[in-house]
Design a protein around this ligand. Sequence first.
Ligand code: EPZ
Length: 420
Amino acid sequence: MDFLEIEGGKKLKGAVQISGAKNAALPLLTCTLLSKTPVHIGNVPNVADVKTLLQLLENLGAKQNFDNNQALVDTSGVNSTCANYDIVRKMRASILTLGPLLTRFGHCEVSLPGGCAIGQRPIDLHLKALEMMGADIDIRQGYVIASAPKGLKGANIVFDKITVTGSENIIMAAALAHGTTTISNAAKEPEVVQLCEALNKSGVEIKGIGSAEIEIQGSGGKLLDIADFSVIPDRIEAGTYLCAGAITNSEITVTNVIPEHLKALISKLISMGFEVLKTENSITIKPSSKILPADIETLEYPGFPTDMQAQFMALCTQADGTSLIDERLFENRFMHVSELLRMGANIKLTSHTATIYAPTKLTGADVMATDLRASSALVLAALAAEGTTRIHRIYHLDRGYENLEGKLSNLGAKIKRLSE
Ligand code: EPZ
């Protein structure tokens, strides 16, 4: 199994090109199930989750080719509607096949994703919405058995909670449904916006894109001719590298980004004393003489992203004072805390609030990755720690960060990928 070995205390400098967004690529890949023609998607990040989803589409009978960040997917030959457990358990976002398979074929069996390190992560809102669109939903032996033999019909959906993949599943289901679907309390993340824009460009009339109220005119079962498009940059990867600059007190630039997507994050860095410069497609962070403590509450977009909570917690261990982080979206997204404590951090937890007493001197240690973003927090801590850190189980990192050690090495970090 691979692990990362990082020699801390090095200054970083230079620029890093950000890859396409994993959380945009995944729904864009499953929406190819709505297309009668092959779909070409550019700027697809070469990460494990993308490769897992492409494998799932191939298992369903699709043809796919993925090379040099370009994906070509042809789902005309799909001859199975069963997304089975051995793939779904590797990547819960496989649940994004539920809406497209059901609306296209009128039936599908998708394994329940099960929980994950950061929380129980139910899909009740996805299922309730599909039932409102006329689907019969049954849960049997760990599978969602869904059927809508006459196709799905438009409905007025109101989500009790804002759900990113729930919104995406229903947007895709509604694209081929009979009639109009409205979604109230829809997610507004840039990744949801890109899915709507791609479908809109492919002839699906969608109103309210980017707002909490979306209206989708279904095609009445007719497959789409989905246009080619390119995945938006990964705002979370970009934020992670900005934190790498911040925690090592270095000046670095992230390129191929959309600064608008990182507004909450940039504002937090500025409030912590950093200078942040933006151009149309790049962001530069400049060192701060003193890192000020932060008070963070994670919220749905455009609020502070939960996917950046762990990374900022690592940064807060170097602040000059006590920081507070309130995790409002997931019930167990503090798995990185115990590992940070082993490196010398001083953090106290209540149910969903972490208090970070700082500054604390971090020292290198053997630590274990537990989930995707927790792992990136450990990388950041290792960059600032004195001595050597070895991060184990980095398959979690490989799910969502393309060539992390290469990109960090190019910035001057002393990092190696080794096998144990
Ligand atoms: C998406 O997960 C992202 N994944 C997550 O990123 C991200 O952390 C999350 O949105 C929040 O921004 C992808 O886009 C592939 P939710 P998702 O449904 O859609 C509750 C990463 O690191 N809920 O928006 O699964 C749920 O328990 C990953 O890249 C229900 O109760 O998250 C949570 O408390 C981690 N019932 C809240 O809503 C449901 O049916 C938000 O979950 C659905 C969700």
